[in-house]
Design a protein around this ligand. Sequence first.
Ligand code: 5AD
Ligand code: SF4
Length: 474
Amino acid sequence: MDSNLTQHQELLPEELQGSAVNLDLTLPGSTGRKFYIESYGCQMNFSDSEIVASILAQEGIQSTRNIEEADMIFINTCSIREKAEDSVRKRLKEFKPFKKNKPELVVGVLGCMAERLKAKFLEQEQLVDIVAGPDSYRDLPNLLKKADDGDKGVNVFLSREETYADIAPMRLDENGVTAFISIMRGCDNMCSFCVVPFTRGRERSRSSYTIVAEAEDLYLRGYREVTLLGQNVDSYKWVNPETNELTNFAHLLEMVAKVNPQLRVRFSTSHPKDITDEVLYTMAKYNNICNYIHLPVQSGSSRILELMNRTYDREWYLDRVSAIHKIIPECAISSDIITGFCTETEEDHRETLSIMELANYSMSYMFFYSERPGTPAAKKYKDDVSLEIKKERLNEIIRLQNRLSHHHNQADIGKTFEVLIEGNSKRSEDMFKGRNSQNKMIVFNKKGNYQPGDYVTVKVDSASSATLHGTITA
Ligand code: 5AD
Ligand code: SF4
């Protein structure tokens, strides 16, 4: 449930990075109606929006990037922190003039906020016509019909089975090189601060053969990198009902890696309690499985980890870090950190700073604790660290991470990496951008006939804490 955004996410939180997507698709059975969709929050939401787009396209509804020509607006929402919900509400207000100009316009709220607030949303936000939770997207055509008839459409049923395994997502990203594949849904972990088990329901894994088929299809369409997505990928588990054979995450990784050596494989998110040596050895065995693990620590204090119900302690986490370094020496590790959790003392905070140094994160997503209604922490503990202290500690954590990222990147100067070209750099059409296996963004000169989707060898010439700069050498 983490995003593949910038290293300065704390400045530009993921939930603020709403993004409209475009899909200029005219199907033969087109109704002439158009939808506009914006996604907030984690990669899973962006991936879910591609399922929604596919379901709507089946109904002959086309995508548009131009909100003014839309007949329906969907907003795929995030509940992870209060701020995430605030930005969605703010965005909903901005939709009001469109509805005023076009009363038949349908506004739909999808995802975690829909699930958390259910029909209450309809009372709170008058302009909303549809409320659909993460497991009810197949019902969208029905809900739309209701909205068209002037009723409200609500479906927040959470399923134990739904994985949308048979739905081919409409790729809404535009680079045509990297794509997400959702391998499981929900979460059974019950970290005490987290609302996800309540908004996304029980954990369930998608069949391995549909995942492999999706990766094969993407490869044939020119994609060169897939990211396997789940709240907790290491607990992926699928039993073939015909053979009773069990596929775990290490097996799945291997199956996807074998699709083609030219198809890179990434995954997110790993849970420190579940990541096994078997997964690490599989990563070491295949060149095309990227040397990068997002392994959220949340806190460096064993006492706080216990209150968070993370089910590992500081020593366990550091043991996993050592195993990663031993089995995959070139592997970069990144993290999520929450500061100011209930009862956190200055000493606990120091332990978080020290674990960041010991793990030597290449980057981190850093947050201060935001109490979420209904979570175990909200029920059991007092949110007793003042906002002022939370912010102070967060700043200290951010400063440390910037220093660690800077060091990490400086150490890459002079090294050469295989880089997958994703497209033009944001700043200049004369430069390409792409990532190395360690998930670091590298900006480099254009040379020869290289195109997005090609692999090139790049030598790093300089580095900031966010980006590497280099030159193509082959
Ligand atoms: N407050 C602050 N951060 C949170 N996260 C999850 N719940 C909360 C919360 N209540 C963070 C965790 C998680 C990331 C996606 O968001 O670090 O890994
Ligand atoms: Fe939330 Fe913990 Fe599950 Fe991640 S593993 S989604 S933090 S409950």
